[in-house]
Structure formats: C-alpha cells, structure tokens
Design a protein around this ligand. Structure first.
Ligand SMILES: *Cc1c(COP(=O)(O)O)cnc(C)c1O
Length: 357
C-alpha cells in the first residue's frame, strides 16, 4: 500500500541507544535531558533564538492565543487543517475567514484589511504545505491595526524565507512533529517567539503555570514533550539532510513527469527555501479529481484530499462563502511524497494522472 506519506523511522538500535539515557536516569518526562538536548539542537539547526518543545502541534496554537490574550475575532484562513480553526473556537474566539491566493494557497493578504473590525485581535495564518504567507504584508497590516500575528507553521519545518527560518516570523509560530510530518517525534510539536517575555509566558502556560516548583505564575495546561518523544526526534535529526534530499528527488520526478498543461501545481513564494513537505495538484474539476483518486485507490495508492472541506463550511463556525478556498478544496489532491518513494511508483502515479486529465 502506498500512502500519501510514510513515517521515517530511524534504525531501532539508534533510537534505543538514546532511550537508554532516559532509562539510566529513570526520568521520562518533565523536561529531562533529552527534551533539553532536542531543543538545543533544533535551535542550532534552524537558526532560531528560542523554542519550546511540546507534546503536539495543536496545543501551541491554543497556548499562543491564550498567551497573547486574544479575544473577539481572529482573522484566519479557510484552507488549512481543521486544528487551525478549532483552536480559535476552543479558546473562545471567533474565526473570521479571508479567502486564499489561488496559486500560493496561503491567506490572500490583499483581502485581510476588509475583514478587520473593532473586535479583531489577531491574524492566525497557515504557511500551507510549507509555503510562506506574505509575511511582510501581514506584518504591516498587523502594525497598522495593532493586531497580533500567529503562524501555524505545522508544515514548515526547515523552511527558510529570505534566508531566515520561517519560524522567526509573527509574534508566535508553531510547528507539528506528528508522525505524518517531515520531522517528527511520533506526536509532538513546538512553539517559537522572538522576545524573552513572550517565551516565558508561553513556557509557564505549557507547564501548568509553574514558575518554580512551588510558585504558580498564572493559568497553565500540560503541553510538555516527554523524553520518549524527544528520543525519537534526536534519533531522526542526523537523517534530516537525507530526508530532505530524497523528498526533493521525488518532487523533481513528479515535476518532470506530470502533464502540467492540464493540472495546476503549488506556486512556491519567491525567496523561499522550501522543504518538499507535500505535493498538492489541482485538477480542473472535483469530478476529475475523484476519478483519478478512484483509479489510484484501485492500484493500492492513497493520495489525500488536503485540505477538504474548506474550513468556513465547518458546522461550528458561522461564515459566508469563500469561492477560491471552496473551489480549491474540492479539486486538490496531495500525491504520495516521502523519502523512499520509488521512481517506478511515481511514474505509475504520473501515468494514471496524465491519462485521466
Ligand atoms: C498537523 C497539523 C496541525 C496539528 O498538529 P498535531 O501535531 O497533529 O497536533 C495543526 N495545523 C496544521 C496546518 C497541521 O497540518
């Protein structure tokens, strides 16, 4: 079976050797040596000033909303994973959607200002498929209207924009280290901020509000990463360059063998070092997409409809129509993309897709 992704697993003996350090200390959570080492190594690898490792990529979104004390309306994208919208609603705010750019698939920054009201407190946008939002335009709008900015950078591990880690942008950025993501800890994630003050707030929020063992600075939740999760991350780190290189190989092969006269592909923003995290293609119609999906399924190949449905159609939001996001959601398919996907398989996928369109 060929799935849209396949979790990279490090050699088991290497994982065990790292786990042994947790066993030796008899310490498996509460920010032990492995979590701290993972954070240090990620800071170096990514070139970022601060990081807090977390137990998944969803709690950081909720904690960011809490830490920035957001209320009222949050402007967001309808084209993302459901966690982006759900976090806003879970934190008692109202998502206000703004349609997306038809080629970049990120929030259309030119439509943001029209959605701002006196209740707007922030913009929460997704660097979808690792493709950066127009961060400069968003920053300028946020400054002008005194709004906070959160980036759901769940797909963006390793992405650089203008030579800098994409995690440097926004008041808070978050990432997911879920097993389906490019770099993973089984379940896991991280949050990033540029000021000491904000990092401290995020930090106590993620650990029950503790400042020290016996003083509680404020309200908190438990979003700590465990040593068992960190061990997986540490075991994968040495393979990152290989993982990225192999993903590039797959993407190049698709690029060279798919017939783009009748398909649209993701337009990567200028000045971006992309991470080859997903391979979305846009068909001419939902009917055509469903036909190709069924043909691939018949061959035991399982692409995914990332992202469907458009989030403005969720039952728990009140929203108007967003034609671009809704149309793209019905026509998009992410093709299989992972480190050891074979060329023969990619070619088979390309042939099925090309024949159908
Ligand atoms: C995966 C994902 C999340 C959630 O991350 P988890 O680690 O699974 O909690 C949030 N936002 C986006 C865009 C994602 O793709």
């Amino acid at each position: 079976m060929i799935n849209v992704t396949k979790t990279f697993l490090p050699p088991q003996e290497e994982y065990n050797a790292i786990l042994k350090r947790a066993w030796d200390k008899n310490w498996i959570t509460n920010r032990g040596v492995l979590v701290q080492e993972l954070e240090e190594k990620l800071k170096q690898y990514l070139g970022i000033p601060h990081i807090i490792a977390t137990t998944n990529g969803t709690l950081p979104l909720q904690i960011a909303i809490k830490a920035l004390q957001l209320t009222g309306e949050i402007i967001t994208t309808p084209f993302s994973y459901v966690a982006t919208t759900a976090s806003i609603v879970w934190e008692g705010c109202r998502p206000v959607f703004v349609d997306i750019h038809p080629n970049y698939l990120t929030i259309d920054e030119t439509k943001i200002e029209a959605a701002i009201t006196n209740k707007t407190s922030a913009i929460l946008a997704t660097h979808v498929f690792g493709n950066p939002c127009h961060v400069e335009a968003i920053e300028a709008i946020a400054k002008k209207h005194h709004l906070k900015v959160i980036y759901d950078a769940a797909h963006s591990f390793g992405v650089k924009y203008k030579g800098k880690s994409i995690f440097n942008y926004g008041d808070v950025s978050t990432c997911s280290f879920h097993a389906t993501k490019l770099f993973h800890t089984g379940e896991g994630g991280a949050m990033f901020a540029n000021t000491e003050e904000l990092i401290n707030t995020l930090f106590y929020h993620h650990n029950f509000g503790h400042k020290t063992q016996e003083t509680i600075q404020g309200i908190g939740i438990n979003a700590k990463m465990s040593e068992l999760q960190a061990a997986m991350g540490l075991a994968i780190l040495p393979y990152l360059e290989t993982i990225l290189k192999e993903r590039k190989r797959v993407v190049d092969y698709y690029d060279n063998n798919l017939d783009f006269s009748k398909l649209l592909k993701l337009k990567i923003r200028e000045k971006t070092d992309w991470n080859f995290s997903y391979f979305p293609i846009l068909f001419q119609s939902e009917k055509q997409m469903l036909k190709v999906k069924a043909m691939l399924n018949e061959q035991d190949i399982f692409p995914r409809r990332y992202f469907y449905p458009s989030l403005n159609t969720l039952s728990y939001v009140n929203s108007i129509d967003f034609p671009i996001s809704e149309s793209i959601s019905t026509k998009v398919l992410c093709l299989p993309l992972y480190h050891d996907l074979k060329e023969t398989t990619i070619l088979k996928i390309c042939k099925i897709v090309n024949a159908a369109v």
